[in-house]
Each structure stands twice: as C-alpha cells, then as structure tokens.
Design a protein around this ligand. Structure first.
Ligand code: ARG
Length: 465
C-alpha cells in the first residue's frame, strides 16, 4: 500500500494496516454518497459564482461530479478502503476523471463541514420518508376503525377488564400516538434544516464564500450561525433517534397487544397467514413473528439513541473523530423503522377481528359495575354509597357465578331499594358504551367524531412523500 494520502504531505512513514482499517468509514458512509455529491455540486457552483474558482473551472468540477453521480447511481463506482471515507473516495475519483482542477473542489471547505452537511441532508430525506410511512400506517388505523365501528371490546386497566370500549376507539388511540410521532418529525425539521457548509474545519474560511447561496442550493432554510457549533452539532441525529425510539415504542405496544389478542386465551383477532409463520416442530403453530420482531427491534433502536448520546457526552468542541460513530446507529434505526412501519401498515387491514369474542369478553368481569353505581347516584344516592352498594352486588354475583345483568331484580332490590326494572337497559353493553359521551369518550358519536377528525387530518397532509 503505497497510495499517497490526501492528507499525506506532512507524513514520512506509512499508516499501519490495522489502523487504516480502523480509521476507515467508507464501508458504511458510502451510503451518504449521493448527498455528498449534491453538497459538492452546490459548493462548486458557489465557488464559481463568487469568483473563487473561474466559471470554467467550476463548470468542469460540476460536470465531473455529475458523471460520478451517474456511476454511484448505477452501482459501478469502486470504493477503496485506503481512501478512508466517502468524501475522499469521491474527491479522489473526481481528480482522476477531470485532472488537477478536481483538487480545487475542496477550496474553502473541510471534511468537517462536509460530513455535517451530508448527514443533515440524509436525515432530512429519511425524516420525510418516515413521515410518509407514518401517514400510511395512520390511514390503515382509520380504515380498520371505520370497518369495525360497532365492535365492542373490553377496555383494560392493569390488564384487568375495566369498562367496555369500542374497538375503533382503541384503534384510534394508536392514530393519536402515530400522529404525534409524525408531528415530532415534522417539528424536528426546523432545527435540522440549517446548513453547516462553509463552517470549514471549525472557524470559517478566509475565502469570500457565500454561505447563504449554498444553503439555498441545498434547500436549507439558512446557514448555521456559529461555525464551531455547525461542525460539532449532532443534535439532529439525537432528535431523529429520539423520534425513532418513540415510534418504535408505540409500534411495540401495538405489537404486544396483537400478540396477546391473537393468543388462544384471548382469540380477539386472527393474524393473516401472510404476516405469521409456523413452527418447525409443532404443526399447529401460527406465530406472530412480525409483531414479536417489531417489539424486539425496539430495544435495538433505543440502544442507538443511548449509544449516540454516550458518544457525544464529554466531547470538547469542535469536531472529534468520535463523531464518525454517529452513523451506524442512525442508518440501522432508519432501516428498522422503515420495515417495521411498512409491515405493520400492511398487516393491520388484513387482521380478522373476532367481534363476538370481544363482545363476550367485554360483558364479563363486571365491566358495567361503574354504570350501576352511576345509575344509583343519578337516583340521588351519594356516589360513595352507590359504590359500596354495587360492591356488594358484585360480591353477590361472584358468589352466584353471575354477571350484574343476570342477577334477579329482587336480589338487587335487597341491596338497594332504588334499583328498578329500568336497570337492565342501563347495564347493556351498548348502553354502557354510549353513556360515555364526554368529549373524547367511547360513545359511538364521540368515536365517529374522532374518526372524522382523523380523516380530515390525513386529507390535509401531502400523504406519501
Ligand atoms: N469520516 C469522517 C466522519 O464521518 C469525516 C470527517 C473527518 N474529518 C476529519 N477531520 N478527520 O466523521
């Protein structure tokens, strides 16, 4: 290995082979190649416009970069580990193609502002892709919620049956979570979308560059105000991983419910064959692997967030090589989220809902006890006394192996004389659900309003990005 280093002027000895490998990032940062080329085109254009390069030089450089873009897109570009990273591979190839003028591209630029620029462009693209995938997932929740508007299921607290709710209400709770996720990503763009290009190594440059122009060419809102911060800042990656972690947490909670609901004990849903797998030993098995893997991969994405926060902790300003470690986790998180969001959105509409099973479970375990207490309270009994009376009726039911609505009127009257024949209508599941007509509640009118609001929200968005 006698290749002359792009930074080799002051060196007389050669780099240790293991150090070379250890230092190199091209194996993974080549993923930034198109963003790097885009950044370079903007930089070269600005160098030409400001007269730092002649118009002719700039045009040659830009044409060379465009040819390289074609090679990268075609997958024919040959990456070389001895050229260390994506930036030097591309710059080296540029000079090899167009001659010494290629060496002028790096005027008034450092790899420090270059990598920060590339990575921002990449995170920006991924952020838009995730917002689009979240849109599809949220649309799937709306579709399934609309299809099952009349299905009543048990609502839980402590995973104990609490009060009946509409399945659609439950599904639309996930719509809310994933809407917040999309909003969070959208919000992160305003901090993400500033340009580090032109910050140089850390202190700016003596060349009369136009940072506003490169920012504009790259679709950034503005140049970063402080050059030291511009090259040191990886908050945008932390925010991306933070948003990614929340999305995974939401997907994981959904996955856990699907795993539970598809178990023999619950049998609330049947997962589609297309998104389940069998066992190599137990012929009867149909396993919820997609949901389990999604739940499992959540830990991995959290790990990337914690990993990057730990890498950044204690770094002095400005750039440090530690920061090269910012990429693996972000790449892996983006890939993980893309596939998990896609699979979940594809699977949801294919799930078979076992409405009668849900209804049966909703009617057991005294899920209408609160309604009986409310009934007594409305007849004038202080709520605390009503609570006590219903507690006694539940105990009676447990003793007789009956639900509240199956107790005899006489039996109930013995506990409270206020109870009349009209109690049975109140105890019906449909009535129990529709009684909760407070804003955001589970009554069918409220859930219908939530559904319409969700549809309006989706309709007002661009949809797939
Ligand atoms: N490969 C480096 C990274 O990903 C690029 C910046 C290198 N800068 C430097 N001064 N060594 O962080």
């Amino acid at each position: 290995m006698t290749q002359k280093r792009m930074w080799g002027g002051r060196f007389s000895g050669s780099t240790d082979a293991l150090v070379e490998q250890f230092n190199a990032s091209v194996d993974f940062d080549k993923r930034l190649a198109l963003h790097d080329l885009r950044g370079s085109v903007a930089h070269a254009t600005m160098l030409g416009e400001t007269g730092i390069l002649t118009q002719d030089e700039a045009a040659q450089v830009v044409a060379g970069l465009e040819a390289l873009t074609g090679e990268v897109e075609a997958g024919t570009f040959a990456w070389r580990v001895e050229l260390e990273d994506v930036h030097m591979n591309l710059e080296h190839a540029l000079t090899a193609r167009i001659g010494p003028v290629g060496g002028k591209l790096h005027t008034a630029r450092s790899r420090n502002d270059q990598v920060a620029t590339d990575f921002r462009l990449w995170v920006r693209d991924e952020t838009h892709i995730l917002i689009g995938l979240l849109h599809d997932l949220r649309a799937a929740f709306v579709e399934v919620a609309e299809r099952h508007m009349s299905v009543i299921m048990p609502g839980y607290t402590h995973l104990q049956v609490a009060q009946p709710v509409l399945l659609s209400h439950h599904l639309l709770a996930y719509f809310e979570m994933f809407s917040r996720d999309a909003e969070r990503l959208q919000d992160s763009l305003k901090r993400l979308n500033v340009s580090p290009l032109g910050a140089g190594a850390l202190a700016g440059t003596g060349f009369p560059i136009d940072r506003g122009r490169t920012a504009e060419l790259l679709g950034f809102d503005a140049p970063a105000r402080n050059s030291l911060d511009a090259v040191s800042d990886r908050d945008f990656v932390v925010e991306f991983l933070g948003a990614a972690s929340l999305i995974m947490m939401h997907l994981s909670r959904l996955s856990e419910e699907l795993i539970l609901w598809s178990s023999q004990e619950f049998s609330f849903v049947t997962l589609p064959d297309s998104h389940t797998t069998g066992s190599s030993i137990m012929p009867q098995k149909k396993n919820p692997d997609v949901s389990e893997l999604t739940r499992g991969k959540t830990g991995r994405v959290y790990g990337h967030l914690l990993g990057l926060l730990t890498t950044l902790k204690g770094l002095p300003l400005a750039y440090n090589k530690d920061m090269q470690e910012d990429k693996h986790g972000a790449f892996d998180a983006a890939d993980t989220l893309r596939v998990c969001l896609r699979l979940t959105a594809d699977m949801l509409p294919k799930i078979t809902v076992n409405g009668s099973r849900m209804y049966g479970a909703a009617g057991r375990a005294y899920s209408n006890a609160t309604d009986l207490a409310d009934y007594l309270a409305k007849k004038g009994l202080p709520f605390r006394d009503a609570h006590e009376a219903v507690g006694k009726l539940v105990a009676l039911g447990v003793q007789e192996g009956k639900d509240l609505q199956d107790l005899s009127l006489e039996g109930m009257k013995e506990v409270s004389g206020l109870i009349e024949e009209d109690v049975f209508a109140v105890l019906k599941l449909e009535a129990v659900v529709d009684a909760r007509n407070s804003y955001g509640g589970t009554a069918s009118g409220q859930v219908r309003a939530q559904l319409e609001a969700a549809k309006a929200m989706l309709g007002g968005e661009d949809g797939h990005v």
